[in-house]
Write a protein that binds this ligand. Sequence first.
Ligand code: NAP
Length: 312
Amino acid sequence: MSKPQVLQIGPLSERFNRTLAEQYKVTALWQQADPLAFLCERGGQFELLVSSARFGCSAEQLACLPNLRAICSFGVGYDPYPLELLRERGIAISTTPDVLNDCVADLAMGLIIDTARQLSAADRFVRQGQWLAGNYPLTRKVSGKKLGIVGLGRIGQAIARRAEGFAMPVRYHKRHQDPSSPYGFEADLLALAQWADFLVLACPGGAATRHLIDAPVLAALGPQGILVNIARGSVVEQSALVAALLDGSLGGAGLDVFADEPEVPHALFALPNVVLLPHVGSGTQETRLQMEELVLANLQAFIDKGELLTPL
Ligand code: NAP
């Protein structure tokens, strides 16, 4: 039997690319000299597409894929896909939810601790020999502090469960109150920011949440408050964040995601109360393997039964 055809938009790990190519007849779009011209000419032959939260699939690309039936995406987040268009055309799409909750939530707690206790900055202090000249300044306590979570979904709930171990009171903001949640709901984001010591973002990116965290929210969080973003860079108005950190009106920030990755504002590099990570929320060997396996399982389920395992 011939292998099913799959279009792959961008490269994933070598292991994944190899496994995919063993099981399917893969066309690697990024290896074409002119990817869009290739799609316009040959796009009609593809029913199945593999992509990721990084590469997505644009409306322009979709227009050249008239027979597409399913997209299996690596990572969580539908923001790089034109969802309305997919709905209109009845194209199924899956991501890799749940398997990454632990790692992203672990990282959020790591960012809270690192930003408040300045672990990274204190490590630089030791390496640069500065300890020989005196002690590191005092930092801020973590345990018992008030934690506000924006977006109490799969990852947000995993963060909240971890916060219980740190005796943190937790409140959350999202569009719909969850009556079964043990945590307090706050319909007003400004009020949540005012209440919280740490405000963690765990909502989706995309147009609906663009610049949800703006200058007034940052001002409400205040000079003792810390913002942690493991969601998407687009959720925060980055220029307002940089300004608030530089003038001290925000206490600190732990950031895994940025507005224009991999560009990171240089103005933040010298600040000890800011931790900058290169979008590594799910980036452990164990979790990335599970994410890869889930992409492959979704693809095979669609081929076998016409249904994705983890659809939108
Ligand atoms: P999820 O289970 O779908 O949860 C999303 C949560 O956000 C829900 O509670 C939802 O509740 C809330 N929400 C949606 N729109 C909102 C809005 N406009 N304002 C406030 N809250 C809103 O998603 P998840 O699996 O937890 O993932 C969350 C996000 O984390 C992903 O979309 C992705 O962007 C990010 N992420 C980052 C990394 C990383 O490497 N840093 C890794 C994985 C995921 P309502 O519907 O009630 O509003």
